[in-house]
Design a protein around this ligand. Structure first.
Ligand SMILES: NC(=O)c1ccc[n+]([C@@H]2O[C@H](COP(=O)([O-])OP(=O)(O)OC[C@H]3O[C@@H](n4cnc5c(N)ncnc54)[C@H](OP(=O)(O)O)[C@@H]3O)[C@@H](O)[C@H]2O)c1
Length: 289
């Protein structure tokens, strides 16, 4: 990975931080991104020390904020000029209803729309850097629901009358992850002849990171008690590193992975009409021509 430039979102903690560390240890230039500036910088310093080189950057960015995503893409283009690996990983689960500055529900804005915009803005940079690899960190949670509700994209009906609602978080999360898989499959097809592979990942079930820290009630309590028994994030993050760096997957595109193995995504994720509709809706939402 020497000289390969890798951008990873959500590197202040969890699997994004582990993947950043492992890729830096393999000699890659790592650009870490997170909205938590102090934890993001601390993570950068820790990774640089462990990797034994200073090619580890941190760029503070809130991925749910389209203006900040545009500035991030511009800065990557201007400073680095090339990009070989993009890992769209930043994410959250939050039972409190929130929206991004443009008014989009926060799970959709963070997991899907922010990454959709970032990947689109960096596509040309990745194409001129080819071979390059785009990786979307999704979840098997995309299977646990009826799909996208085009009449309730801001999840207003889901949270109606209950601004603090675990169920709302799960439905919004499910939809956002499904939208990410549509994006990965659509990108895979569009970038087929540009030397950029695109894959989607399920890191596994209940990985012991910070992601469930906002959950309330019995579910929140259960997560806090059972966290020591959850899947080891080091194991879950191996799939990130495998897809970013392994020669075994050179040229492999449009697949869904878990624990470094291909697996099936839901039949709904292969619905071409839904996929195209999601792409067109997302382009309009983020203001892409
Ligand atoms: N853990 C699981 O069981 C599991 C299962 C399936 C899929 N996943 C997916 O794996 C990915 C990584 O999650 P993780 O488990 O490693 O959780 P994590 O430890 O909470 O890491 C996620 C990172 O993303 C950051 N982030 C959140 N919102 C952001 C934003 N708007 N802009 C920039 N950075 C932001 C978080 O910062 P803050 O701390 O400031 O929020 C955090 O540093 C997520 O996409 C998640 O959906 C996780």
């Amino acid at each position: 990975m020497h000289g390969r430039i890798c951008l990873i979102t959500g590197t202040a903690s969890g699997m994004g931080k582990i993947a950043a560390r492992e890729l830096a240890k393999q000699g890659a230039v790592v650009i870490g991104v997170d909205n938590d500036a102090s934890a993001g910088r601390a993570s950068r310093d820790e990774i640089a020390t462990l990797a034994g080189h200073a090619n580890v950057e941190f760029l503070e960015t809130d991925i749910s904020d389209f203006g900040q995503v545009r500035r991030l893409a511009e800065r990557v283009r201007a400073t680095f000029g090339k990009l070989h690996v993009l890992i769209c990983n930043a994410g959250l689960v939050d039972p409190v209803y929130r929206a991004n500055p443009e008014g989009f529900e926060i799970h959709l804005a963070t997991h899907h729309l922010g990454h959709f915009l970032l990947a689109n803005l960096l596509t040309e940079t990745m194409a001129v850097s080819s071979p390059a690899r785009m990786i979307f960190i999704c979840s098997d949670a995309h299977k646990a629901g009826p799909g996208i509700d085009w009449d309730d994209m801001d999840c207003a009906r889901v949270w109606a009358g209950r601004p603090l609602n675990n169920r709302g978080a799960f439905i919004a999360y499910h939809r956002a992850k499904l939208a990410m898989i549509y994006t990965a499959y659509e990108f895979a097809e569009r970038l087929m002849d540009k030397g950029v592979t695109v894959n989607a990942v399920s890191p596994g079930y209940f990985v012991g990171t910070n992601i469930y820290r906002n959950m309330r009630g019995l579910f929140g309590l259960g997560c806090r008690i059972l966290k020591p028994f959850f899947t080891d994030p080091e194991r879950a993050a191996q799939t990130y590193v495998y897809l970013a760096a392994s020669p075994d997957v050179a040229g492999v595109t449009g697949k869904y992975w878990e624990y470094c193995k291909q697996k099936a995504s839901s039949s709904l994720s292969h619905d071409l009409e839904q996929r195209r509709r999601c792409w067109a809706w997302s382009e309009a939402a983020v203001g892409l021509d």
